[in-house]
Design a protein around this ligand. Structure first.
Ligand code: SAH
Length: 245
């Protein structure tokens, strides 16, 4: 039996949001390399597998990406079935593209398995429709965190008029606010900040572009969190108001 690597998205946290395909791959895996945003309950689908944590949190030094590549290659060459588990979707700010390219270049068989990305889950779990007829015709997924500290094109993002879904933004709230305001976005644009989306510990903080930093501080917003910026970010509140009227 020749080895293989599945690059699997484990979804946003709630183990019920795993795909059937992810579960089937986990059931067949001999070795699981897991990130730390993955809920331990997900690992119940691979009771016989050897589980290796390659996460970047918990006070440990991050596992170098190159080391993860080599581990996957080594186990696959031994004929093992390797599940590389990542939070959300493997190809949304998840290095799935890099890992797939690395494996492909060395002739290691791999398969990408979709997961529900945190940005989509966070909005839906709060009743925010990221697209809404007459309100939002599109969505832009961005990260506030860049490897080279390059600046985003805030003016372009503000002008596009699509809903913004921002990953890794908690430490960059002031930059995001300033960039979008200077880029021409209205100060009263609704903002929703969603922490631990889909988990029992999920919390959401609603605010507006101009006061999002103070709101987040008052709320003690912590990572992991998703920011949704745009008119739809007030939508579920409108639904609530309509219901109670
Ligand atoms: N591949 C992942 C993203 C990894 S980047 C995906 O598709 O979801 C890590 C960032 O994802 C975090 O900083 C945070 O912005 C977001 N994130 C991941 N899980 C989250 C969760 N349960 N709730 C809110 N944000 C989350």
């Amino acid at each position: 039996m020749s080895g293989k690597v599945w690059l699997i998205g484990a979804g946003p946290g709630d183990p019920e949001l795993l795909t059937l395909k992810a579960v089937r791959a986990l059931e067949q895996a001999d070795v699981v390399l897991t990130d730390d945003l993955v809920d331990p309950a997900v690992l119940e689908h691979c009771p016989g597998a050897r589980v290796i944590s390659v996460g970047k949190r918990g006070g440990c030094r991050s596992t170098p990406q190159d080391f993860i590549h080599r581990l996957m290659q080594r186990y696959a060459r031994q004929g093992r079935r390797v599940a590389r588990l990542k939070g959300g979707d493997p190809c949304i700010f998840g290095r799935g593209g890099e890992e797939a390219a690395w494996l492909g270049a060395r002739g290691v068989a791999y398969e990408l398995v979709n997961g529900i990305t945190a940005g989509l889950a966070a909005a839906t779990q709060c009743g925010i429709p990221l697209t809404l007829r007459g309100v939002s015709r599109g969505v832009t997924l961005i990260t506030a965190h860049t490897q080279d500290d390059s600046v985003l094109n805030w003016r372009g993002l503000a002008a596009a008029g699509t809903t913004l879904v921002i990953y890794m933004g908690v430490a960059k709230l002031a930059d995001i606010r300033d960039g979008l305001l200077e880029g021409g976005m209205t100060a009263s644009t609704p903002v929703a900040m969603i922490e631990n989306a889909s988990l029992p510990s999920q919390r959401e903080c609603r605010s507006h572009l101009a006061d999002m930093l103070e709101a987040a501080q008052g709320f003690a917003l912590k990572s992991p969190a998703i920011l949704v910026i745009g008119d739809v970010a007030a939508a579920s509140q409108q639904v609530e108001l309509a219901r109670s009227a």
